[in-house]
Ligand binder design. Structure first.
Ligand SMILES: Nc1ncnc2c1ncn2[C@@H]1O[C@H](COP(=O)(O)OP(=O)(O)OP(=O)(O)O)[C@@H](O)[C@H]1O
Ligand SMILES: [Mg+2]
Length: 295
């Protein structure tokens, strides 16, 4: 498996490779590396030996059918779930080995955006306070500096500073996702994990949020793991695509190769199931540039 080899180097198991210290040759610069992740629930494997890396400023999309293990993988990446085996390395640091202040410092570099923004926004908290929360936890900014930073973040996600005083219920789904993104990028994370961030939105709002993420990635340089069940959505943001099935990463490659020359039979089925992709493929239309997406 080319992608898995690329993530952790060599032909040994993820664990063995990762034990080498997190600096294996050409991949040493990737901020995030998942090495041989395994998770089983009640004897049923949800994720089996999944490995990949995410470079700075790169978006790795993970696609696959419902139950294929995408969210379980994401939850292990951000530490919401402990892997049974394998490691998550952030700039070479094994997060499972860190404790206390060192762990908190690394956690700020790895943030998550969920499908339902209310999952990360307290409905009773004004959005300014929600966005400021990670700043309070992870930085030494005083109240005035936090207010300025919140105003700046709101502008960067296409909202206005005065929106800070409102509650989440005053916003549309797309606006709430913008607020969740502002909170996630508040401390300039190295990597953003987005689990189906646009799946609950209508198509035009989806395009706007995808454009926003692409623009932010360009200006801030975070690496991004973008999870979706929708290959057409992923086309707008992915540099590389990993395809999951039954807890396994069955194929991992450059986005254009996945669309035009899928190697695994399951990937071929997925691509064939999206008529707009096969039509573009026939016309040899180049992959959409994220910069062209309306933000
Ligand atoms: N906390 C849990 N307890 C028991 N089983 C779980 C738990 N979380 C996930 N699973 C199981 O693990 C498998 C993978 O689930 P996961 O949520 O990772 O899939 P997914 O690819 O994100 O699916 P979807 O596209 O529906 O979000 C499924 O069989 C699911 O039922
Ligand atoms: Mg999921």
């Amino acid at each position: 498996m080319t992608g898995q080899d690329r993530a952790c180097g060599g032909g040994t198991s993820g664990q063995d490779r990762a034990r080498g210290g997190g600096t294996s040759g050409q991949n040493a610069g990737a901020p995030l590396r998942a090495c041989g992740l395994v998770k089983t629930f009640g004897g049923r494997p949800a994720v089996r030996d999944v490995s990949f890396e995410v470079g700075a400023g790169e978006t790795l999309a993970i696609v696959g059918e419902s139950g294929s293990g995408k969210s379980t993988t994401a939850r292990m990446l951000v530490g919401l779930l402990r892997p049974d085996r394998g490691q998550v390395l952030l700039d070479g640091d094994d997060l499972a080995r860190l404790r206390g202040r060192a762990l908190r410092a690394r956690r700020r570099d790895l943030q998550m955006v969920f499908q339902d923004p209310l999952g990360s926004l307290d409905p009773a908290m004004r959005v300014g306070a929600s966005i400021a929360e990670p700043l309070l936890l992870h930085t030494a900014l005083d109240a005035a500096a936090r207010r300025d930073r919140v105003a700046d973040l709101l502008r960067r996600v296409g909202l206005r500073p005065e929106h800070a005083d409102r509650l989440p219920r005053a916003f549309s789904g797309g606006q709430r996702q913008r607020i969740a993104i502002a909170r996630a990028i508040a401390c300039d994370p190295r990597v953003l994990i987005c689990d189906e961030p646009v799946s609950a939105l209508d198509v035009s709002t989806q395009a706007q949020i995808l454009g926003l993420l692409a623009g932010l990635r360009e200006t801030t340089g975070f690496g991004c793991v973008f999870i979706s069940h929708d290959l057409a959505v992923v086309r707008l943001v992915a540099d590389r695509i990993g395809v999951m099935r039954g807890g396994e990463l069955v194929e991992l490659g450059p986005a254009e190769q996945i669309y035009t020359d899928p190697r695994h039979e399951y990937t071929r089925e997925l691509v064939a199931a999206v008529p707009s992709l096969t039509a573009r493929r026939a016309a040899r239309t180049p992959c959409t540039n994220p910069k062209e997406v309306d933000g």
